[in-house]
Design a protein around this ligand. Sequence first.
Ligand code: ATP
Ligand code: MG
Ligand code: MG
Length: 347
Amino acid sequence: GSVIGILGGGQLGRMLSVAASRLGYRCHIFEPGAAPAGHVAEVLFTAPYEDEAALRRFAEGVDVITYEFENVPTSALDLLESLKPIRPNRRALAVSQDRISEKAFLNDLGLTTAPWAQVDSEADLRVAAEKIGLPAILKTTRLGYDGKGQARLTSDADIPGAWAAMAGAPAVLEGFVDFEREISVIAARGLDGRVAAYDPGENVHREGILRTTTVPARISAGQRSDAVLLAAKILNALDYVGVMGVELFVTRAGLIVNEIAPRVHNSGHWTQQGCAVDQFEQHIRAVAGLPLGDGARYADVVMENLIGADVEKVPALLEERGVAVHLYGKGAHRPGRKMGHVNRVSG
Ligand code: ATP
Ligand code: MG
Ligand code: MG
């Protein structure tokens, strides 16, 4: 098809549109919030996901539908799926929308997650804390991102406050993983079932938000191939088409899956300067049914997010050698808001 529909008008959708445009495709974006700043798509729908007529008009105008955001209501997907192909498929999205279905899926595949227990009340939390042990992290099962909807528990005294922080939402308690480092695999699977993975990146988070991704990650060759094979197993099991981000904890006992994101991923932004075919082009290639790029890495890269007032460093960053600046056109900065990122290239 020649028109790609993207659900979500954030920076990931914007960068997907740029990549699609470079391959000669046009993009239509469906964004339920306010009109996104700095979008580059040709047609923009701003309507809630409950607006069936708007969803129908959106679907009519496109050949294939993808998304940049995993919290699209499945009711909207049911309607869209009856009109046009959705890639990645509904199951990939449904599984990763809910931390409990995600962990159950991963465990069924034989992959290790942090020990976890479902928590729907303060009494459940007491039982779960007893079973899993502390320290632990309580997370809402749905809608969390950038560490939002999470509470850390170090002692039983934290139980009432942590449960209150969930505001009544269903939650999951996860044992705290004493990791050596965090890495992620950005992997793609094409319509023909071929898988291409990028080199794992090493991630540093601060206050629950990704700060930097560095390639190469400081891992052994064995850990690198374990990580890539594990990601491929997930993509194959979901009959996945598109790019996925798989977040992993590296521990002495092996790799533990933190979470999966059925979309292009912040920790894959380094590919824009490190690879011939970046994650955005790779995703567009996959959903459009084109052959995938190989994922080979041609440089060492450090990606740094520009969060909140970090964006004021841009004039100085533009003076630096080997630095590519990516800005999302969001206007005013606020604490915790992702305004852009830079890729520092060497080697
Ligand atoms: P995003 O979707 O933006 O990546 P999120 O809100 O879904 O973030 P998580 O990935 O669950 O949040 O957690 C954010 C960070 O908190 C992790 O990358 C890790 O640094 C830390 N963290 C989360 N869960 C655990 C855990 N069980 N043990 C140790 N650290 C954890
Ligand atoms: Mg997440
Ligand atoms: Mg995460």
